[in-house]
Design a protein around this ligand. Structure first.
Ligand code: BGC
Ligand code: BGC
Length: 844
């Protein structure tokens, strides 16, 4: 061990304990022998770090003899079952208070799509009630157990973002644009306080990723591509959430424990692939991605979450050299390490149900959302047989108990009795919203202004664009739901859309406003704001092949051009999680503002855009790009605006040189969209197949006959003209399929509870129907009911169902197959992956 405090801690522990809480260095790795941790004599495996090359820190949290005495006393009295229970975290989807009482679990979490009573959108009081129920179950000592209180973790990643009515702050990329660490600390403090209202103790934040490739769907969760900027924020956010490192009774004040994530190089994977592999050097790993962990440790961050990703082919979750060697030993991290959502299942030699390798690599707590039971049973069996040394289990338990003691959890009583609990007035309190609004103002980045800004308040303003009045969209992923989808303005009481803010500001100055998404108007406006950009996504669902705005989101370009042509000055406001190629908008608009993902306080946009009565700005633009802006869909092809760029009201843009506009189809589009607007995506084909020797037909031009005239394919309108394909089947068995030349791998999506979404309208329902996914070797089918419907319905079949029915989700050549028996008539409008089903199909 390095570091003064850990040496102190080691001495104390030795002095206090009869039980061996072994230092991580003495682990008997050979008791588990997967490729991941064995190999004593052989040269180091690829992806093995040398901790001596890394900076050493001192974990500043004071060692308290009374806490250490309590920990050793508990460990001495706990059964193996109780110890193993502490190491396991279950998701609310799949665990009850009775389970917690029985298995003595150390923690529960609420994933992006979970909530109390199975309701992701449950009202705030239900969360507190659930917190009490789980707490009371955990401290039940009626069977003679020690009753260690449980902790509940949640992704409060931009405010208490799972809770209706909470203040939603800009996502981290927007905070990165602010360059204001003091404000970041305030945001952390408010977030912690709002979390405490509903009874949780732990947030899985801040994300300290240093994204190097913004095609990554999580890039917006990171503050910046610049390690120094990220590092300058991390300490502030951790302090805001946890209070100072000396704080040894967090629950007595308005605090929670933080989790810096995801260790390590989540933002450094090749091509920005989520959960992918990083092949960078150890120096880059340390200096870019490791950089923020210094300030996190200096502030005493209580937990670290391990990344899903790998380094040189080796999953972080199984990498002892990094998790134990670098993080726990060299960096002296004194809290506990939690793994990510079933990430253990991806370690070589592991499954979702069994992975001692993660514990041996240094993971202290398994995030085993729906797999906690088998993981618990597996760890227990190995602990009993001695396959996992008791010293390692005790060390992990001690780390968890130490954090619980620091929280003051043993004395805090049930969640509803703690300070701030049940103070629902604090959720979205005006003074909290004011801070969020300040952050929105400061995060705006001005890329172009040919004099149209600031807008005069007393005039007629048109507000157009599909994103103008959409609080869910301006909040992005990880807002109420995992993907940020399936919610609308009604789920954001007290919040303000960008339109709402502009309306207030302009009307307060005596002007008039009109909201018109497509830019049509009744009275010619003096100016127009067009709000456009990305729609919400989270994790791999946001991965893209290029840095071009998805083609289906570019319709507002035409609106901008149309207004321009009518002599109306246009301000483009872009909602986005990342810098993207949007040259057509930059060219068409007279001013261009990047709003990032501002969250619930859209009023901050108007604060800066709308001037005062005398025509002067009320607030200036201060935001600077947190990452370079691309010239094309690939950053390698050049930078249009460098990192740190951003105009203010005093800078003059000068003459605008028209930027080259590329063919939008080069975007590669959204890889989750397999079929829409009547056509399969690039490299996909729409096929009709029958039985026996019937010839398969690839549907290209319409109308088409297939299977010797048994199937007639025509066009139907859906959203756009001929946006769907209708299949009239005279009888017999028929199968409509989407095929891809390259086998499609949907493993990550399956792990993440993503569904196959099929938008269908049925005129005549078939006698029997099933939906399946087919690969070269394996196939899986689920029976479905497709009743006749008046309109289109977006059905969702969980990918997990297809996997459970036998499909090899890592290799699908026909990822979508709809088979029918008998006479039938239906139309397919869209096939894609997602979570926003209107009707979830049972797995039969
Ligand atoms: C994400 C984490 C998150 C966890 C719990 C994972 O899929 O990678 O960032 O904290 O789920 O929702
Ligand atoms: C959960 C998220 C989690 C993801 C993992 C989702 O079902 O709701 O919290 O991060 O799966 O991929």
């Amino acid at each position: 061990m390095t570091g003064q405090s850990s040496r102190r801690r080691a001495c104390l522990v030795a002095w206090l304990l009869a039980t061996a809480i072994a230092a991580p260095g003495v682990l008997a790795e050979s008791t588990v022998q997967p490729a991941e941790t064995s190999g004593t004599a052989a040269p180091a495996l690829p992806g093995t770090a040398d901790p001596s090359l890394w900076p050493a820190y001192d974990y500043p949290v004071p060692v308290r003899p009374d806490h250490e005495a309590r920990i050793s006393d508990l460990i001495a009295r706990m059964t193996i079952e109780e110890k193993v229970g502490q190491l396991v975290q279950a998701d609310l989807c799949c665990v009850t208070p009775a389970d917690v009482r029985k298995y003595k679990l150390g923690s529960i979490l609420v994933g992006g799509n979970s909530g109390p009573g199975g309701n992701d959108l449950a009202p705030a009081p239900d969360w507190l009630e659930a917190a009490d129920a789980f707490y009371l179950a955990s401290i039940d000592r009626s069977d003679g157990g020690v009753g260690v209180p449980i902790i509940w973790g949640t992704d409060a990643v931009h405010g208490h973002s799972n809770i209706i009515g909470a203040t939603i702050f800009p996502h981290n990329v927007g905070l990165g644009a602010m360059r204001d660490a003091a404000l970041v600390e305030k945001i952390g403090a408010i977030t912690a306080k709002e979390i405490r209202v509903t009874g949780q103790e732990w947030t899985f934040a801040p994300t300290v990723a240093v994204p190097q490739d913004f095609r990554w769907g999580r890039a917006y969760e990171g503050y910046s591509s610049d390690p120094e900027l990220v590092a300058s924020y991390v300490g502030a956010m951790v302090r805001g959430l946890q209070g100072p490192p000396e704080n040894d009774n967090l629950l007595a004040g308005p605090w929670v424990i933080a989790s810096t994530k995801h260790f390590l190089a989540d933002g450094g994977t090749d091509n920005g692939v989520d959960q992918g592999d990083s092949t960078i050097s150890e120096a880059e790993l340390r200096d870019i991605h490791g950089r923020p962990y210094g300030p996190a440790i200096a502030e005493g961050v209580a937990t670290v979450m391990v990344s899903f990703s790998s380094w040189h082919g080796r999953k972080m979750t199984g990498n002892h050299s990094l998790v134990t060697g670098v993080l726990k030993e060299r960096m002296d991290f004194g809290g506990f390490v939690v793994s990510d959502w079933n990430a253990h299942g991806q370690v070589a030699g592991c499954t979702n149900e069994s992975c001692p390798q993660a514990l041996m690599a240094g993971v202290d707590m398994y995030m085993a959302p729906d797999t906690w039971k088998p993981i618990y049973a597996d760890l227990l069996a190995r602990a009993k047989s001695g396959a996992i040394p008791m010293s390692r289990i005790d060390e992990a338990v001690a780390r968890i108990l130490r954090v619980k003691a620091r929280l003051g959890l043993f004395e805090a009583g049930k969640p509803s009795e703690r300070p701030y609990s049940g103070r629902f007035d604090l959720l979205g309190a005006p003074e909290h919203r004011a801070v969020a609004r300040e952050a929105v103002r400061k995060s705006l980045v001005l890329l172009k202004n040919e004099g149209v800004l600031p807008l005069a308040p007393g005039k007629r303003l048109l507000v157009a664009g599909d994103g103008a009045d959409d609080i869910a969209r301006q909040s992005g992923g990880w807002t109420l739901t995992w993907q940020g989808t399936g919610v609308d303005n009604s789920h954001f009481p007290g919040a303000t859309s960008i339109w709402g803010g502009l309306k207030q500001a302009v009307e307060a100055g005596g002007g008039s406003t009109q909201l018109s998404p497509d830019g049509s108007y009744t009275e010619k406006p003096d100016a127009a704001v067009v709000v456009f950009g990305e729609t919400p996504y989270a994790e791999f669902q946001g991965d893209r092949a290029t840095l071009m705005l998805d083609p289906q989101l570019t319709a507002p370009y035409a609106t901008m051009r149309k207004l321009q042509a009518q002599g109306i000055p246009v301000v483009a406001v872009m909602i986005t999680g990342r810098p993207l190629y949007v040259n057509p908008a930059l060219n068409a608009a007279d001013a261009f503002v990047v709003a990032w993902l501002p969250g619930s306080e859209g009023g901050g946009v108007a604060d800066v855009l709308v001037g005062d009565a005398s025509g002067k700005p009320r607030f200036d633009f201060t935001g600077k790009l947190p990452a370079a802006w691309p010239r094309t869909g690939l950053i390698e092809e050049g930078t249009l605006f460098p990192f740190g760029y951003g105009l203010d009201y005093s800078s003059s843009t000068g003459e605008w040189t028209m930027l080259p506009e590329l063919d939008a189809s080069a975007a590669g589009g959204d890889s989750r969209l397999w079929f829409n607007a009547g056509t399969p995506a690039a490299r996909w084909s729409l096929l009709v197949e029958g039985t026996g020797d019937e010839v398969q037909t690839r549907i290209t031009t319409l109308p088409a006959d297939a299977l010797g005239g048994r199937v007639r394919v025509t066009a139907e309108n859906f959203k756009v003209q001929e946006g769907a394909r209708r299949f009239a089947i005279a009888g017999g068995s028929a199968s409509v399929q989407l095929g891809n030349l390259d086998p499609v791998d949907v493993t990550r999506e399956t792990n993440g509870d993503v569904m196959l979404l099929v938008t269908l309208r049925v005129w005549e329902s078939p006698a029997r129907a099933r939906i399946g996914a087919v690969g070269p070797e394996a196939r899986g089918f689920a029976a479905v009911d497709l009743p006749a419907s008046e309109g289109y319905i977006r059905y969702g079949l969980p990918l997990k169902c297809l996997r459970d029915k036998g499909a090899d989700v890592s290799r699908l050549t026909r990822p979508f197959v709809l088979e029918t028996e008998g006479k039938a008539d239906f139309a397919i409008a869209e096939v894609r992956l997602g979570t926003d089903a209107e009707q979830v199909l049972a797995c039969r």
